[in-house]
Design a protein around this ligand. Sequence first.
Ligand code: IPE
Ligand code: IPE
Ligand code: MG
Length: 261
Amino acid sequence: MQNSQALAESLPKHIAVIMDGNGRWAKSQGKPRVFGHKHGVQAVRKTIRSAAKMGIQAVTLFAFSSENWRRPEEEVGLLMELFISVLSSEVKKLYKNNLRLRIIGDKSRFSERLQRKIEEAEKLTATNSGMVINIAANYGGKWDITQAVKSISHKVAQGEISVDSIDEDLITSELTMSDIPEVDLLIRTSGECRISNFMLWQLAYAEMYFTPVFWPDFGEDSLIEAVTWFVERERRFGATGEQIKELMEQRASMNKKDSSV
Ligand code: IPE
Ligand code: IPE
Ligand code: MG
């Protein structure tokens, strides 16, 4: 494909996703909300696999917001258990696929058991060079900015930096995910059109894609649709979903060749 280079360059580098609609998806089938969360895990797998195939550098998935503690205790408990069991069962696969996993958010409120699992998973995949997967858990955009402000204030109080040296770059460097490109594409499922205190600073220039699809129904085709929309918005390259699929196949066969040497 003669334009595959141009197409590859016009893809988003960092995709963030607000995975929403698990509860409504379950309700529409007469099932309890937790049924939706369990099925949501499958959509996480599909999204990660497809994004890696596309050659995306980083994917950030909003799994649990700092406001989600307000949900019924039983639902919160189940989400935590699900989180632990998915971490345990998936991390080896992520490691083998050269993917790097990080959990972004205030981890101090999690149980010790969960904190230990998180630490193990991050450590195992830390040296992988492929796509970075950030799971935002007990994350809030306001929390992120607050912790950055605190850290900068400490440095000023210690005399390490002056007030005049505080600029946008310094603030960026104190936020989570400062080592990866800012978000180019934000996807929110379930038809809601709000940010719900997800990344605030890092979304400054993101294109925002809202789809009515409930999260458990999101898959490779949905991701291709979102990315096709993004590429068209950028107006750098008029690509079709077919071309993006072709690029994914090319990359997959290149990866196979690489791993066979
Ligand atoms: C998103 O689905 C998952 C989490 C927030 C953990 P919801 O649970 O918000 O589902 P709806 O929005 O109620 O349908
Ligand atoms: C946002 O979804 C958080 C996650 C997807 C984890 P919510 O469903 O919790 O957001 P609101 O409450 O509808 O804004
Ligand atoms: Mg919701």
